[in-house]
Ligand binder design. Structure first.
Ligand SMILES: [Zn+2]
Length: 508
């Protein structure tokens, strides 16, 4: 007999509707599977047959053929175990009801017939809902994640025997999980700028960077708290919207990093080590998974000691820094992962890390220059703000200074973001000041006659290029927005021109 069951696969970070068909007929007992399957899907035949046997289900000796369609999509992963089992059971008439024609099945099965959680549930359930599927059977451990999607019945199940009972007795509707997921933002980010003493200028640079979604590089001697400051940047980013939270959850789920199977409500902070491979950095692999740059999407990608990263890894950042996504090309076509991160880079100023303190640093001038030039120029060009971490002064540590909390800083950031939303609402691809091209800079960064003269002076004294001139105006626009000033004024230009130390130094 022939049967057909709805299921879902993964393409990039989105689900893709698939069907598992089974046909059983008399003939030499045989089990075959077709449909552009990876080895992990092919192995399902052994797992499923053993699981059915261990669930005390007797399988008659028949010729069984399985096909997973559409054939032009490569099927990866272990999520097809359950739909394959259901399709076989239907074709053998062990499952007798036709009440599941509008329902989908997702899940891996172990040899004893228990269901195991899988990656990518959120993406798949979203897609099934979009396709008008009425409900979906999922492993019980995945239920919290599946419940993020509204408007589709979620039926959590534990093992094969339970599913057969539920369907044959037609009472699975009673098992539909009704609990609604509360998506009020918890935003319990564990680090706060209040804990950072001193570094007033650096903290301000971070505020400006977040407000305008500018990439930032922090340079300075070792031990000045560059990492400590960087770690706190997500704490001043605006609260996540539901769409952003869902996107982050999808990525983490597909990567297998979803910590508790719930909606992610914190902005990511990813800090890969400089020895990372290109595949782990940008994503891909035999069973494709998102890389660090996608795991950082909607949050911060922190590259500590950026000159030590391999050139090949750093070069791959060019496309995502422009487009906010990364294209992964594979043998059977290509797909995209989101990569909408804020880049925060940090570096010492010499190999030993103590420069400019010449009492401690014994590096040669040549070594120092070579080290500083280790940051690739095309990447530096995409970083609007170069900030410096200074050695902590004694009085900053010794006396209790009242530090601003992240909440206070965030309030200014949110206001500046609102101004940008209003400014760019008619433009399709621009949301933040950092994304302004020459045309938008001309329109939104007009200066008074005196200020124009002043900028001209800076341009000549600091020997700016056209690119650095535009950077300066973009950053000045953000500083003016933080102060809720409609016009860019001289003081905004002065501050913006201070945020290019490293670049000035290296590529003057
Ligand atoms: Zn040194």
């Amino acid at each position: 007999m022939y049967s057909k069951v709805i299921s879902c696969g993964i393409m990039g970070i989105n689900g893709i509707l698939t069907y598992v068909e089974a046909d059983s007929s008399n003939g030499l007992p045989n089990f075959s599977m077709v449909g552009n399957l990876s080895s992990s899907v092919k192995e399902a035949s052994d797992r499923v047959r053993t699981a059915l046997k261990n669930s005390n289900i007797e399988i008659p000796a028949k010729k069984v053929t399985i096909n997973i369609s559409p054939a032009d999509i490569r099927k990866d992963g272990t999520n097809y175990d359950l739909p394959i089992a259901i399709a076989i059971l239907k074709s053998l008439e062990i499952i007798k009801n036709n009440n599941i024609d509008d329902y989908a099945f997702l899940g891996e099965i172990n040899l004893s017939g228990e269901l195991i959680g899988i990656r990518g549930i959120l993406s798949m359930v979203s897609e099934l809902k979009k396709e008008g599927v009425k409900g979906v059977f999922v492993p019980k451990v995945n239920v919290e994640e599946a419940l993020v999607v509204d408007g589709i019945d979620i039926i959590p199940v534990v093992n094969i025997s339970e599913i057969i009972d539920l369907i044959n007795n037609n009472n699975f509707q009673n098992k539909v999980e009704k609990k609604k997921i509360d998506i009020t933002k918890t935003n319990n980010y564990p680090y706060d700028f209040q804990e950072v003493n001193g570094q007033i200028a650096l903290k301000r640079a971070c505020e400006v960077a977040v407000a305008g979604f500018h990439n930032i590089i922090i340079s300075g001697p070792a031990g000045t708290g560059k990492t400590m400051v960087a770690k706190r940047i997500p704490s001043i980013m605006p609260d996540l919207s539901l769409d952003e939270a869902i996107e982050i959850t999808k990525i983490y789920s597909i990567a297998g990093f979803l910590s508790n199977g719930k909606l992610e409500t914190k902005r990511p902070f990813r800090s890969p080590h400089h020895s990372i491979s290109v595949t782990s950095f940008i994503g891909g692999g035999v069973y494709p998974r998102p890389g660090e740059i996608s795991l950082a999407s909607q949050g911060v990608l922190f590259l500590d000691e950026v000159p030590l990263f391999s050139k090949s890894a750093i070069e791959t950042l060019r496309q995502p820094l422009e487009d906010k996504y990364i294209t992964i090309t594979r043998l059977k076509g290509s797909f995209q992962y989101p990569a909408n991160f804020m880049l925060v880079a940090a570096m010492n100023l010499c190999p030993c890390g103590h420069y400019p303190d010449r009492n401690k640093c014994r590096c040669s001038e040549i070594a120092i220059e070579k080290y500083q030039r280790g940051i690739s120029k095309p990447i530096l060009e995409r970083i609007d703000i170069c900030a410096e971490a200074s050695s902590i002064k004694y009085n900053e540590l010794a006396f209790e200074m009242k530090n601003e909390t992240s909440k206070e800083i965030k309030e200014r950031v949110v206001k500046a973001r609102k101004i940008q939303n209003e400014r760019f609402k008619k433009l399709e691809k621009i949301n933040y000041n950092s994304q302004m091209g020459i045309k938008e800079i001309k329109e939104f960064c007009k200066l008074s006659k005196e200020d124009n003269e002043y900028l001209k002076k800076i341009f000549h004294i600091k020997k700016l290029s056209a690119r650095t001139y535009h950077k300066l105006l973009r950053v000045a626009r953000t500083i003016a927005d933080i102060e809720e000033s409609a016009n860019i004024e001289k003081k905004h230009l002065v501050e913006a021109s201070n945020y290019r130390g490293l670049e000035e130094h290296i590529y003057a």
